[in-house]
Design a protein around this ligand. Structure first.
Ligand code: G6P
Length: 602
């Protein structure tokens, strides 16, 4: 989604800002813009579409200013136009501002400002901030920003500059991430560490309601903060020889899984050690219900978690889409904990759901990948994924990491309750083998590529699975539709006969996830039902199952593991299938149309 980069220092600001925007652009955007102050005056340029369009416009501008702001926008209020792209400015073109988030009371503020004579030139909520700051501006920018923000309802990360109070950037945040990187006498303001990391690893994360003033000779926030090391490696933001981030991230799952598990498995004791839960360990013993909340792929991880937690820990578990949680009036009592799962830790719906749960006084936990993100700050305790930076818009390695962490959490809670030492040891040992098993799955990627070639002209797909692999059917369908724009549906295999089977014919292929587990026989019956209606079938089966070849022509094999861990393996061929289908159909797989990596609007 939207991204902010601001620069103040001694270098030419433009290339540094553009590079930062490029590193933030993985989140998804549809227009961009840049403002620079230089001797000749202010230059503000915007473009719709790719960042390259903005760069093309900058080519002959001879920009040399050393202070500036840049933005990539993902449209919410107002269409994808240059007028609506950031930076926005006030009537006098004194104040220039970039904004992430949503100003909820913008309509009321806009009306009042129009009555006072302000002229608006965009349809955005953001422009209201410029005019509001203009309204309070008396020569000191931070004072004007501080006063203006008192009237604002909503979420924001903003960076602001003023021609009448030049040589400083004022930055502020509320529920939208913003950090300031320090590199000698230069500062970079950004909404994503990826934009800062190539120039410096020293940064301060702004907290909610803080306003920072960043000038070459001084930097202050309302309270003093010490720069800390950013926990990402600049190499993570590169493709490392792969044509796309998505493929790189699929292929690095043996390593990302190992990182998620490192130091957390005590095989001899049959236990999981989760440092982030230490302070609530005793409270967790009392928990009788878990309510998982998440969006998108993380929601599918939560559904797998539900099966694991109920089967092994005996904890009654509900999974809710975060965007629906607040409408459901869930029964939350002292024996319930709410668990948010989020790669970015910034998904607005998930944040809102946690706030709602906190309001009701229940324990809130998080499984989050992004270190220091909003969800990690507002939840009581939690577990980091440590899957590393994920750039491809489609979640891949973060998903398998979420499943791995859920299996650790299950082991942790199950051993606090009924699970025996022997069973705990068995699960712990098998979780430890998963990175190796993933390597075996990835070896088959050329076969998946061939399958994608064979099936690339079909325009509809069905994915079916049961029990642990029901959520994987949903995830496989989600991956395919988001990456290749092919219509795909995920369905519980048993539910198929209640409607979806009506779609099946020779032009509607099905991917059936049928490892040798407790529901295998039932899956075979469903495959028979599809075959009887001439539907083409790709089956995913356990290595050694030769019999299935008598039933279907195309078989993808995965290694044998515990039933609860099968989803970590079965999802990988589906990620690869979506990837190769997307590439074969000429889609922009790293940045699919209309999607954003981190959805910071409700
Ligand atoms: C967006 C992304 C998905 C992701 C979902 C939830 O829709 O495109 O890949 O699963 O948000 O994001 P989160 O960061 O909360 O896991």
């Amino acid at each position: 989604m939207c991204g902010i980069v601001g620069y103040i220092g001694k270098q030419n600001a433009t290339p540094i800002i553009i590079e930062g925007l490029r590193r933030e652009s993985y989140r998804g955007y549809d227009s961009s813009g840049l403002v620079v102050f230089q001797n000749e005056g202010v230059v503000c340029i915007k473009a719709i579409g790719k960042l390259e369009n903005l760069e093309a416009k900058l080519l002959n501008q001879n920009l040399n200013g050393t202070i500036g702001l840049g933005h990539v926008r993902w449209a919410t209020h107002g269409g994808v136009t240059e007028e609506n792209a950031h930076p926005h400015t006030d009537c006098k073109k004194n104040i220039f501002l970039v904004h992430n988030g949503i100003i909820e009371n913008y309509a009321a503020l806009k009306e009042k400002l129009i009555q006072k004579g302000h002229k608006f030139s965009s349809e955005t909520d953001t422009e209201v901030l410029c005019h509001l700051i203009e309204n309070f501006f008396r020569g000191n920018l931070e004072e004007a920003v501080r006063k203006a923000l008192q009237y604002v309802k909503g979420t924001y990360g903003i960076a602001v500059i003023s021609r009448q109070d030049p040589n400083k950037i004022v930055a502020a945040r509320l529920s939208s991430p913003l950090l300031i990187g320090f590199n000698g006498d230069e500062y970079i303001v950004a909404s994503d560490p990826a934009a800062v990391i190539t120039r410096t690893k020293k940064a301060v994360n702004l907290e909610d309601n803080e306003i920072a003033v960043i000038a070459p000779e001084k930097f202050f926030i309302l309270k003093e903060k010490t720069p800390q090391d950013l926990e990402i490696d600049s190499g993570e933001a590169e493709k490392g020889g792969y044509p796309h981030f998505m493929l790189k991230e699929i292929m690095e799952q043996p390593e990302s899984l190992s990182d998620s598990l490192r130091g957390r498995l005590l095989v001899e004791e049959g236990l999981a050690k989760l440092g982030g839960l230490k302070k609530v360990e005793d409270k967790l013993r009392e928990i009788e219900r878990l309510n998982i909340i998440a969006c998108g792929t993380a929601y599918h991880a939560g559904m797998v978690g539900e099966y694991m937690l109920e089967e092994y820990a005996g904890i009654s578990t509900d999974v809710d889409l975060a965007s629906e949680f607040r409408y459901r009036k869930p029964i939350l009592d002292k024996k319930t904990a709410v668990l948010a799962i989020s790669q970015s830790g910034e998904t607005a719906d998930t944040i809102a759901a946690i706030k709602e749960a906190k309001e009701k006084g229940v324990m809130t936990l998080g499984i989050v990948n992004a270190i220091g993100s909003s969800i990690t700050k507002i939840s009581e305790a939690g577990v980091y994924n440590h899957a590393g930076l994920e750039i491809g818009v489609a979640a891949t390695k973060s998903f398998t990491s979420q499943l791995a962490v859920l299996s650790l959490l299950t082991l942790f809670l199950a051993r606090q309750r009924q699970l025996s030492l022997v069973m705990g040891q068995r699960i712990a040992k098998e979780i430890g083998r998963i990175p190796e098993l993933i390597k075996q799955v990835l070896i088959n990627s050329p076969q998946i590529k061939e399958l994608a070639e064979k099936y690339k002209n079909f325009n509809n797909f069905l994915f079916i699975g049961r029990k642990y692999n029901f959520p994987i059917a949903l995830e496989g369908a989600l991956k395919l539709k988001e990456i290749s724009y092919v219509h795909s549906e995920g369905c519980g295999a048993g539910e198929m006969k209640h409607g979806t089977i009506a779609l099946i014919d020779e032009n509607f292929p099905t991917i059936a996830i049928c490892p040798s587990d407790s529901v295998y026989e039932k899956m075979i019956s469903n495959i028979q039902e599809i075959k009887a209606r001439n539907g083409p079938i790709i089956a995913m089966a356990t290595e050694g199952n030769e019999e299935i070849k008598n039933l279907v022509k195309d078989v993808i094999y995965i290694p044998k593991t515990l039933e609860m861990l099968t989803p970590i393996l079965s999802v990988i061929p589906l990620q690869l299938f979506a990837y190769y289908m997307g590439v074969a159909r000429g889609c922009d797989v790293d940045k699919p149309r209309n999607l954003a990596k981190s959805v910071t609007v409700e």
